[in-house]
Ligand binder design. Structure first.
Ligand SMILES: C[S@@+](CC[C@H](N)C(=O)[O-])C[C@H]1O[C@@H](n2cnc3c(N)ncnc32)[C@H](O)[C@@H]1O
Length: 265
């Protein structure tokens, strides 16, 4: 399996999200067609993150995890829509994102929230983060945009490795895509023209975008998580991803595992 950091695909993926982060970040995060071209109302956008995290934390309480509320990681945090809502539940929250443009917007939007920090991070930065660092890890509508299932698996492995003992990882991934979503014509055209030197602005005017979508069947994901020594507490149907897409949210803990025993490479 090729390491994620060794691929030029990762560099193209980062460039795609930099383009999106500069041109239309809120639509790139919640892709409601009516909100394209910077038409999201900021207050409504941020309220959606609060409502999402309220529901997540009430389910977390019902499951009895995480046992401690010291630190949270929002992986693929975008502009901090959900990170800022996590700040009410954890002592310290870190938002990591592959795109510097997203991180800069997150910092400017959430400067008043003192226990939130935002950093640009590549896969290598995630690997370099000490194991068992976070009581809670949230990763929603992020891994689905990585085109290579092997790379998704490597990200999942790392996220599980960063989870503290009796912590909680909540991670979403589509489990099935309709055929038209698998073809990704707009994305292929965007990639080809962008690599030929056409700017993101021009491609946006042509109504092209680079957002990709990948699915991994639920049994494969649960098998993978179990092979890492994690316990899958629940798998729930996720509804917010898009028409025709089957998506799952996995609720995962690492009970009783010692840091040195972690499966993360
Ligand atoms: C659809 S947005 C979701 C943002 C945030 N999770 C939310 O729900 O508001 C996806 C975000 O994931 C980031 N992202 C995509 N691939 C990533 C990766 N491999 N590592 C870190 N961030 C990534 C993108 O830059 C983008 O900000």
């Amino acid at each position: 399996m090729k390491p994620v950091s060794a691929t030029s695909e990762q560099e193209r993926h980062r460039r795609d999200w930099e383009d999106l982060g500069k041109l239309d970040p809120l639509w790139a995060i919640l892709s409601d067609p009516a909100k394209k071209n910077n038409r999201w109302d900021l207050e409504a956008f941020l309220e959606s993150g609060q409502a999402e995290i309220d529901a997540v934390m009430s389910k977390a309480d019902a499951l009895g995890y995480p046992r401690q509320h010291r630190s949270a990681l929002d992986f693929g945090c975008g502009v901090g829509r959900t990170t800022r809502a996590l700040a009410g539940h954890f002592d310290q929250c870190l938002g990591l994102d592959i795109a510097q443009a997203m991180v800069e917007r997150a910092r400017s939007l959430n400067g008043d929230i003192k226990n939130c920090r935002f950093e640009q991070a590549s896969f290598d930065d995630l690997v370099a983060t000490p194991n068992a660092s976070f009581d809670f890890i949230y990763c929603s509508i992020v891994l689905q945009h990585i085109a290579d299932p092997d790379a998704i698996e490597q990200h999942l492995r790392q996220l599980v490795g960063k989870l503290a003992r009796d912590g909680l990882l909540v991670v979403q991934l589509p489990s099935w895509l309709p055929a038209r979503r698998r073809m990704q014509v707009r994305r292929r055209s965007y990639r080809m023209l962008r690599s030929a030197g056409v700017s993101g602005e021009v491609l946006q005017r042509l109504r092209l975008h680079p957002i990709s979508m990948t699915a991994i069947p639920e049994p494969e994901v649960t098998r993978l998580l179990s092979s890492m020594g994690a316990t899958v507490l629940d798998v729930a149907r996720a509804t917010e991803v898009g028409t025709g897409i089957e998506s799952r949210t996995y609720w995962v803990t690492m009970p009783g595992a010692e840091v040195g025993e972690r499966a993360a490479a």
